[in-house]
Write a protein that binds this ligand. Sequence first.
Ligand code: COI
Length: 367
Amino acid sequence: MSQSPSLAFEVTERPDRLAEAERNVILANPGFGQKFSDHMALAVWRKGEGWGDARITAYGPLQLEPSAAVLHYAQEIFEGMKAYKHADGSVWTFRPEANAARFARSAHRLALPAMEEEDFLESLRALVKTDLDWVPDSTTGEASLYLRPFMFASEAFLGVRPAAEVTYCLIASPAGSYFSGGLKPVSLWISEHYSRAGIGGTGAAKCGGNYAASLAAQIEAGEHGCDQSVFLDSVEQKYIEELGGMNVFLVYKDGRIVTPELTGSILEGVTRSSILELAKELDLTPEERRISLEEWRTGAESGEITEAFACGTAAVVTPVGRLVWTDGEVRTGPEGEGGEVATKIRESLLDIQTGRAEDTRGWLTRL
Ligand code: COI
């Protein structure tokens, strides 16, 4: 049962909001993660006191001591959600309780304090209400206001121990397609040198360190003309895990859609789990199990595997066109465009999120 929030985010509106005309130029072509709304939410946790100082204030630089623990030991976690403006002007977000639960699991793994689901939701409500004009019209396409909550060790202390002061922040950024090519299929490079996460590590947590660990492989991918890197399991270097910031699915010609099972080193994506549920009503058979690289390679070559796609809040559903390794490559899906199944799943998901289809599962929460 949902409870009342214990934090009240006090709003101080900035006097210098971006002018409507300038904001509309951004909303018409938002890109991803480049522009930010006028305000942000903040709260501070102190050991022995709990959460307090909750407020909505002008978006702007944070003041941190150079000795703040996060800058040294990366004690940090984050989430990603989107707010959609429906045809009647109401604003909704998708399964935020799942993000709140994952935020709590990530906090536990990174020895950060828990934030109650209701306080997490209250921060979303308070910021979106203050910056309502920043939510793009979602009635066509995929435009949304990307919400990025994060929490980090702000205590000024160089000893290695859980911080006694932690800052929570929520920022918002109008978003279109995550990839600059829009819906054009992306190419994936198989990282041979690097793993993203290992057994007992932080792979299942949404913490900045996992993304930092993916970047050298991302450079390698770029050097080989690819958009993203796909990581294999760190033990056998044989099974597919995920991309730098997205889960992955393979589509089989018999109607199965298969994604790597959660091993503890893979992020439990909210989009991933929603697709597993949606599959059934789209006459697809979802499967979660280990997938070897060899299976992908031979399946794509034989035509058994007809498509592949990446998924995540930012990426929604993005087709994968090519899988590339040191001495070869294989194509999945049609040249230059998404396959039929990836397109069908993407449309179904977006239709629910943007209010173009009925939300029969109670996945949407009004902000
Ligand atoms: C998201 O999909 O929200 C993420 O956090 C992943 C990142 C690649 C933007």
